[in-house]
Design a binder for this molecule. Structure first.
Ligand SMILES: *[C@@H]1O[C@H](CO)[C@@H](O)[C@H](O)[C@H]1NC(C)=O
Ligand SMILES: *[C@@H]1O[C@H](CO)[C@@H](O)[C@H](O)[C@H]1NC(C)=O
Ligand SMILES: *[C@@H]1O[C@H](CO)[C@@H](O)[C@H](O)[C@H]1NC(C)=O
Length: 313
């Protein structure tokens, strides 16, 4: 059925209730169709990342002698420099908005100063403190408006390892978790704005064997690998409880249901239809697996989140 949102000649004869329904239907159609992929959304003219847009990682420049950050001598502002160049791409490390997956970044040669910085990072005397722009650079500037000043979210790489007299061991595999700010409607391949993030070495205690650990001396390459996952809101997932999320908005989370309800209360009639017709069946399908799997499953699977112990009780 095609719905026309412009008044038709017959509308003069249609009842008040019919017209109200038409308006509600049109409104809801627009809401459901969503304009989530337009970069200039509710927040005015501020840009947001398109799905797949590159996000460069910048880190604090630090003194390799003291580990202290370096400031601009006149403005006293912290000096941010690109993450070291990855041999795979010839570019500093970057992530892509909404894209999950595995990423390699081999730093081709550990220089003497960088080796000393790694010692600071591993002892966390000085963390590998980096940042990501929460929004892409503005391409269009509204006349008369103040130009958009980039804002950044911190991304600390919690690099783990052990130091020896002549060398070090580094856990080179890191998980990177990135959150977007919540949106009222989440679509697959959505655009959006960064909310927060973190990165950490996995399995730091198994560093004596296993491929994700590297014994390093000065002059060696450092092969870092990253497993990148995205969350559509600042919240951690609670509903599906499985590790294999299909990325941004690929699954329906509890928060999505919450926003559906908010929209409903805001008076969008068809949002209710959306909830009962689309979200609910998908949630019910998810229930088939019993919600979040307990961390230590009774059958020894244990690949869940450990949020809900119900299945054990
Ligand atoms: C970081 O700071 C040091 C000391 O001021 C400087 O020599 C170096 O060039 C800076 N690094 C980058 C990439 O700008
Ligand atoms: C990363 O490097 C590992 C080891 O060299 C390789 O097996 C893997 O395929 C690479 N992954 C990507 C996404 O390039
Ligand atoms: C870096 O890349 C170059 C050219 O692709 C290659 O010859 C070299 O072996 C690589 N180095 C490391 C440490 O991976």
């Amino acid at each position: 059925m095609l719905l026309s949102c412009s008044p038709s000649p017959s509308s003069s004869r249609s009842s008040w209730a019919q017209r109200l329904l038409l308006v509600a239907a049109c409104l809801a159609t627009h809401v459901l169709a969503g304009n989530a992929n337009t970069p200039y959304e509710a927040s005015g003219l501020l840009p947001s990342y398109h799905y797949g847009a590159p996000i460069r990682v910048e880190c604090m420049n630090r003194s390799s002698e003291t580990g202290e950050h370096i400031e601009d001598s006149t403005t006293h502002e912290i000096e941010w420099i690109p993450f070291p160049i990855c041999n795979e791409t010839g570019q500093p490390l970057e992530f892509h908005y909404g894209l999950e997956g595995e990423k390699n970044c081999t730093i081709a040669m550990i220089s003497d100063p960088f080796f000393h910085l790694l010692e600071f990072y591993i002892h966390s005397d000085a963390p590998l403190s980096c940042r990501l722009p929460s929004r892409p650079p503005a391409q269009i500037e509204a006349v008369g408006e103040k130009p958009y000043v980039a804002e950044y979210i911190p991304l600390v790489f919690a690099l783990a390892g052990t130091l020896q007299l002549s060398h070090m061991h580094i856990s080179t595999h890191m998980n990177v978790l990135l959150h977007s700010t919540p949106k009222h409607h989440i679509h697959p391949h959505d655009s959006g704005v960064l909310d927060s993030g973190t990165a950490y070495s996995t399995s730091p205690l198994t560093h004596m064997e296993g491929s994700a650990t590297r014994r390093l001396v000065i002059g060696d390459p450092l092969p870092l690998s990253f497993s990148v996952r995205w969350f559509p809101t600042p919240a951690l997932p609670r509903v599906e409880g499985r590790v294999e999320w299909a990325g941004m908005g690929g699954h329906i989370y509890a928060s999505t249901v919450f926003y559906s309800l908010v929209s409903f209360l805001a008076g969008v009639v068809l949002a209710g239809v959306y909830f009962f017709g689309s979200v609910l069946p998908r949630r019910l399908k998810g229930r088939g697996l019993g919600g979040a799997t307990p961390l230590y499953g009774t059958n020894g699977v244990g690949n869940g989140w450990g949020y809900q112990k119900r299945a054990l009780d």
